[in-house]
Every structure is written in C-alpha cells, then in structure tokens.
Design a protein around this ligand. Structure first.
Ligand SMILES: Nc1ncnc2c1ncn2[C@@H]1O[C@H](COP(=O)(O)OP(=O)(O)OP(=O)(O)O)[C@@H](O)[C@H]1O
Length: 271
C-alpha cells in the first residue's frame, strides 16, 4: 500500500495518507546510541503506538517527534515537508501537542484554567492588545472559553471544572492533561505513557477517551505505553523498539506473532 492511499480498518475507521515520516533516525547521547537508524511513518487518523522494554529508546523517539531532541542523522517529514530543527514551541504551532509521563499541569490552577492554557498557540491578541483594544481580545477569550467548555463536556469533567488540579486523584489529573493537549486542536497528539500509574478502572476510562478523541475529532495519535494489553486493544499499528533498534512494525496481530518481538519483549516480564 502506498503512503498516499487511505484504507478502512476492520472496525470501519478510515486511515489516511502519511502525515509524519521518520527516515533513518539516529540519536546519540555521547557514547550512548539511544536510537539506531529507525524509520517508520504515522498516517492521518491512526493510533500509532511505540513500545519496547525499559531503555529501548521510546521516550527519546517521542522527544525527537516533539522537536525536543535533534537526531544526529536522518530526516523527519511532516505534512509533506522535510522538517528543519526547531524548538518545541514552534512544533506546537505546527499542530503537534503532547502529554507527559509525569503530569505537567499547574497544580494550583483550576481544571478550566489549565485547559485554557492549551489554547495559547491559537491566541492572536497579546497583552497590549488586551489592554488597549478590548473588542477582538474579548471575542477571542469567549471563543477559547467555548472550546475549553466543549472539551470539559467531552471528557466528562464538568464536576471538577473549578477544582485546583493538585487536589484531584491521579486518573482525573491525567484526563485534565489530555484536555489541555486537546485544547490546542492538534493535528498530531503525542501521549507519553497515558496509563502509567493508573488502576484498572482509570485505564479503561483513559482507553475509551483516547478512542473517542480519535473517532470524534479524527485526531492522529502517537503514544508510548508499557501496558501491552492497552496498546494491543487501542492501536492500529505498533512500532517495537529494543536497544534503540526497530525490531517490529505492524498491526497488533503482526507484532504479537513476530518472533523477534516475542523474544525481546513479550516473552519476558516487565513493569
Ligand atoms: N538525556 C539523556 N542523556 C544520556 N542518555 C540518555 C538520555 N536520555 C536517554 N538516554 C539513554 O538512551 C537510552 C534510551 O532511553 P529512553 O529513555 O529513550 O528509553 P525508554 O524506552 O523510554 O525507557 P523507559 O521505558 O525506561 O522510559 C537509554 O540507554 C538511556 O539511558
């Protein structure tokens, strides 16, 4: 199948053309090779997982996609163009948003205000405009507020909209963080271990929200995650890394039956 072709999955979802392509990426930290000559693509509308044992290079890869790390070798293509090295805030303007393994929210601020901070890439008015030219700034504020409220409804967190997030249980904080990333209306959403530290019920909720985001907004999602059950349940395709190399790439079924993957990862216990 060519990168330009779209296809329909068994459960009726449409997966589009390639939106991001990593070509022969190598990333080193001094003598440590964190990523070794890895290529893979991410297609419009899919849920793409990156898995692998501890130290395999998953976080490094997410940070390369996010523009936080600049690989020494290889090319990154996004929306049909080769991406020049840029800073993470520039990546945000390109339509890439992310969540973090260790929740990065403003703990003293309410759920609503945290979600509003996700709108910053869409704000045109600056402080001066807000002071002297109130009309457009106010309109923008109302618009941003409406989008934040929609996300709050979507994620079923109306009851905690005014609660400082530091007081919320872990699972709900993770949901608020997802809300903040969604507020940026990203073309590509990166999730860094979205299930880490969650109990079974919280994982079920988060899986449902990830699937709903993908389904209802058509958001392309790339995630790294340790929980294999979750990954196999919600992903369209999975990249498997081990010691910085790619050892598998395909649908959950293909990956499950790949002997290299079984040897390196599935056959051994992990956290
Ligand atoms: N900033 C850094 N400086 C030096 N070495 C690093 C740095 N970040 C990662 N590494 C090394 O690169 C390799 C890959 O690490 P990385 O964190 O990407 O793996 P991971 O698959 O995300 O692991 P985990 O599942 O434990 O989070 C490891 O050997 C790690 O020690």
């Amino acid at each position: 199948m060519s990168a330009a072709e779209s296809y329909v999955t068994a459960d009726g979802r449409t997966i589009g053309a390639t939106v991001m392509e990593m070509r022969n990426i190598t990333l080193r930290f001094g003598g440590v090779v964190a990523i070794k000559d890895i290529s893979f693509d991410i297609r419009e509308g899919e849920i793409r997982a990156i898995i692998g044992p501890n130290g395999a290079g998953k976080s490094s890869m997410l940070n390369v996609i996010n523009g936080f790390y600049h690989p020494q070798e290889g090319e990154i293509w996004f929306k049909g163009e080769k991406r020049a090295p840029m800073r993470p805030h520039e990546i945000a303007h390109q339509g890439i948003a992310r969540t973090f393994q260790n929740i990065a929210l403003f703990k003293g601020m309410s759920t609503l205000d945290n979600i509003m901070t996700g709108r910053f890439t869409h704000m045109k008015s600056n402080l001066l405009m807000q002071a002297f030219w109130k009309g457009p700034a106010e309109r923008e504020e109302v618009e941003n507020r409406e989008i934040a409220e929609k996300i709050i409804d979507f994620l079923e967190i109306q009851h905690i909209r005014k609660t400082p997030v530091g007081r919320l249980p872990y699972g709900l904080q993770k949901r608020v963080e997802l809300g903040r990333a969604l507020a940026a209306e990203p073309r590509l959403l990166l999730l860094d271990e979205p299930m880490a530290g969650m109990n079974v019920e919280e994982k079920e909720d988060m899986s449902r929200f990830i699937l709903d985001v993908n389904d209802e907004f058509g958001t392309t999602i790339a995630l790294i995650e340790h929980d294999m059950g979750v990954v196999m349940d919600i992903s369209d395709r999975v990249v498997v890394m081990d010691y910085g190399r790619k050892i598998g790439d395909g649908t959950p079924d293909e990956v499950r039956n790949n002997q290299d993957v079984i040897d390196a990862y599935l056959g051994v216990p992990h956290d």
